[in-house]
Design a protein around this ligand. Structure first.
Ligand SMILES: Nc1ncnc2c1ncn2[C@@H]1O[C@H](COP(=O)(O)OP(=O)(O)O)[C@@H](O)[C@H]1O
Ligand SMILES: [Mg+2]
Length: 283
C-alpha cells in the first residue's frame, strides 16, 4: 500500500489535481458553445501556494468554481486528497476546500455580528459547542490578525481589508486544507493588499494551508506564489515555478503579462487594470 499522510492522502499525490478539465457554456442565440476552460491541468501540493493568473475573462473563476464544486465540468478530472470527485464528492472533501472572493460582502451577512456568523458555521460543520465556539472565534481572529473586538461588529461598519480578513476567518473556521482565493485583493487599496498577501503567506507557514491564488496581477503572484499557471482564453499556456517563470517566460502571452508589471524606480509603465484586455494593449 502507498504511504499516506495524517488524513489518509498518499504522500506522493498532490492535494489537488485537475487533469484536462473542459468547461463550456451555451451561448444565447448561437449554436456554438463558449469554451471557457480548455484541457486545463494544474496541481496544488500540501502547503503550496499556487498562482492562477490571466486577464479578465480568461476562465479563472470558472475553473475555481469547478474546483470547489460550484460548476459542472464537461470532461476531465478533479481529484482532491487523492480521490476523484464529481457529484459523489463527500461532505468531508467539500469542507476541505473553501473559497474566498474579490468581494467579501458576498459571503458575509451585513446585518449579522461576526461572532454569530462564525458561530453558525462552526456549529454546523464541527463538533464544537458552547464555550468551545467562543474560544474558536477568538482563535480565528488571532489567525487572521484582527482584534477580537471585531467579533462584536457587523460587516457594514468594517473596512474592505477587515472584511476580507473576516471572510478568510469564515473559510478557516471549518479547517480546510485548501483555500481557493479568487482575486481576493483586487478590490482593495494597494496599501491594504500587502497585508492580505502577507496574511495568506503566514497561514501557509503557521497552519500548512494550501492556497490556489487567483489574480490578474502578476506582480502580486510573484511575491506570494511558489509556482504559477498562466491562463489565456481558457488554456493554461505556462505552468512553472515562480522564479523560473519570471526569469525566463516561455509563452508570448506570459511575456506580455510581464511587460505590464510596473517597475519600481524604472521607467513608468502602465499597470494592467482588471478588465483591460492585453489584446487591446498590444494594438
Ligand atoms: N455562467 C456562465 N454562463 C455563460 N458564460 C459564462 C458563465 N460564467 C463565465 N462565463 C464566460 O466564461 C468566460 C470566462 O469567465 P471567467 O471564468 O469569469 O473569467 P475570469 O474569472 O478569468 O475573469 C467568459 O467569457 C465569461 O463570459
Ligand atoms: Mg474572475
Amino acid at each position: 500500500m502507498a504511504e499516506v499522510d495524517g488524513v489518509g492522502v498518499p504522500v506522493d499525490e498532490p492535494l489537488l489535481r485537475c487533469t484536462d478539465v473542459n468547461i463550456s457554456f451555451a451561448q444565447r442565440g448561437k449554436a456554438e458553445r463558449l469554451h471557457a476552460v480548455r484541457d486545463a491541468s494544474l496541481e496544488v501540493g500540501s502547503a503550496d501556494i499556487v498562482g492562477l493568473v490571466g486577464e479578465s475573462g480568461s476562465g479563472k473563476s470558472t475553473l475555481a468554481r469547478a474546483i470547489v464544486g460550484l460548476q459542472r465540468i464537461d470532461s476531465g478530472a478533479i481529484e482532491f486528497q487523492g480521490r476523484p470527485f464529481g457529484r459523489t464528492r463527500t461532505a468531508e472533501d467539500r469542507r476541505g476546500i473553501q473559497m474566498i472572493f474579490q468581494d467579501p460582502f458576498g459571503s458575509l451577512d451585513p446585518r449579522m455580528k461576526i461572532r454569530s456568523a462564525l458561530a453558525e458555521i462552526i456549529r454546523r460543520h464541527t463538533p464544537l459547542r458552547g464555550k468551545q465556539i467562543d474560544a474558536r472565534c477568538a482563535e480565528l481572529m488571532d489567525m487572521v490578525q484582527l482584534p477580537r473586538s471585531i467579533l462584536s461588529s457587523r460587516p457594514a461598519g468594517m473596512s474592505g481589508g477587515q472584511r476580507q480578513r473576516v471572510a478568510i476567518a469564515r473559510a478557516l473556521s471549518i479547517n480546510p486544507r485548501l483555500l481557493v482565493a479568487d482575486e481576493p485583493v483586487a478590490a482593495l487599496d494597494v496599501s491594504v493588499q500587502a497585508g492580505i498577501v502577507n496574511l495568506l503567506s503566514d497561514l501557509r507557514r503557521d497552519v500548512g494551508l494550501s492556497i490556489l491564488f487567483i489574480s490578474h496581477d502578476l506582480s502580486i503572484v510573484r511575491t506570494l506564489c511558489d509556482s504559477v499557471n498562466v491562463i489565456y482564453r481558457g488554456d493554461i499556456v505556462e505552468s512553472r515555478p515562480c522564479a523560473e517563470l519570471f526569469d525566463d517566460p516561455r509563452s508570448d502571452y506570459t511575456r506580455t503579462l510581464l511587460s505590464a508589471i510596473p517597475r519600481l524606480n524604472g521607467p513608468r509603465t502602465e499597470g494592467l487594470a482588471q478588465g483591460q484586455s492585453l489584446g487591446a494593449r498590444r494594438r
